[in-house]
Design a protein around this ligand. Sequence first.
Ligand SMILES: Nc1ncnc2c1ncn2[C@@H]1O[C@H](COP(=O)(O)OP(=O)(O)OP(=O)(O)O)[C@@H](O)[C@H]1O
Length: 238
Amino acid sequence: MTPPGLWLDGSARFGDSALFGPLSFRAEAGCWTVLLGPSGVGKTTILRLFAGLSRAEVSGGFGASDGQPLAGRVALMAQTDLLLPWATALDNICLGARLRGERADPARALRLLAEVGLAGMERRKPGQLSGGQRQRLALARTLMEDRPVVLLDEPFSALDARTRSEMQALAARLLTGRTVLMVSHDAAEAARLGQRILILTRAGLAEAAAPEGPPPRDATAPALLQAQAGLLARLLAA
Ligand SMILES: Nc1ncnc2c1ncn2[C@@H]1O[C@H](COP(=O)(O)OP(=O)(O)OP(=O)(O)O)[C@@H](O)[C@H]1O
């Protein structure tokens, strides 16, 4: 499936309560876009709209750049891993297919578990995995869905710095070529992963220059630290 871009135009509201806008949002096809911004401006709502999970009304509409419905083409990875505690790692990965009444491919599930570094752990339950391993499992479950559009809602924010860095690198490698829209609070994460970096504030949507080179970028490189500082300054000013 060729990944489509994403668009959203206008202002958003929940019933009588205005949320943001008007603005013109674009996430390019096949690119990694990071959406930064202070708490409560509507970042998660934008993700949930594209995932078909929000009831917010958007005045100018939203959708895929190819004009086709987004339903069935989107996978969402949330901040919490949302794993079923009583199910094994393998069953958790296959859950999406099961819920749709489809047959999950166990060989593919095992391959994905190996790709995220969980080979041999397929019979473990989430409680028998570390926080980082659970996030790896959640990433494998997202990949199992094999959707061209992947929405990430701060999926690595609860992890320690080292595990977060490993997960960022793994996700960048495994999601290459898909349209990725990631919500984050973390300027360092945006500088490391974003091919486009958008900042949503009460004043509207602005674009920040993304560092050069494909993600994941070296988080300790001077150019990256400079980009991170610039983003942080913009976030603090927002
Ligand atoms: N279903 C809903 N009905 C009414 N208001 C809602 C609903 N969902 C979210 N909101 C409100 O919309 C606003 C934006 O929420 P959203 O979660 O999109 O913000 P955010 O930028 O992702 O914040 P954070 O960074 O804290 O997660 C909040 O004030 C929230 O209370």
